[in-house]
Design a protein around this ligand. Structure first.
Ligand code: ZN
Ligand code: ZN
Length: 165
């Protein structure tokens, strides 16, 4: 499976978000900047509550409120920086949309894990399907549902000695 690596982008996520907010007559507050920097510090799928936790334990002791995080996430999706990828375990999961290559997801129905993969043949097939319907594809995110390798493994029963609880 190919390793997905971030693409080089001309404008940093912070600057791109600043531009987006400026168009809406808003400004990039310090809180919003902290959120964007944390979100883009590494590529992981995350949900809103995880991000709230990550920001709560920031080294410099500044806290960002839950409602600010939720609102910022909505704005980041609108700005094209983030994408809601799926709902697993009853939570919306986000990932970077800006500066990240085309890929698809394997989603485990048991543990909610998301595994990324890229396959050229899938892209070609979807391109053909689109073209045959006069549709111009700009991208895709397939959600493949099932059970991951770890969850599919039979659970090892703990051996108990007779007489122990
Ligand atoms: Zn699993
Ligand atoms: Zn992904």
């Amino acid at each position: 499976m190919d390793e997905l690596t971030a693409l080089k982008v001309a404008i940093s996520p912070v600057d791109k978000f600043r531009e987006f907010l400026a168009i809406q007559g808003k400004r990039l507050t310090q809180e919003r900047e902290i959120i964007v920097e944390e979100v883009f510090s590494d590529h992981r799928h995350f949900d809103a509550d995880e991000l709230v936790d990550r920001l709560a334990y920031n080294d410099d002791g500044r806290r960002v409120s839950r409602s600010t995080v939720y609102r910022a996430l909505d704005s980041l999706v609108q700005a094209g920086l983030l994408r809601k990828v799926a709902r697993t375990n009853d939570r919306d999961v986000y990932e970077h949309d800006y500066g990240y290559p085309q890929h698809d997801h394997l989603i485990c129905q048991k543990c909610g894990s998301l595994t990324e993969f890229h396959n050229d043949e899938i892209s070609e097939i979807l391109d053909e399907v689109s073209k045959s319907r006069g549709f111009r594809m700009s991208g895709h995110r397939l959600e493949v549902h099932g059970i991951c390798e770890q969850c599919a493994q039979p659970k090892k029963r703990k051996q108990r000695l007779p007489g122990t609880v």
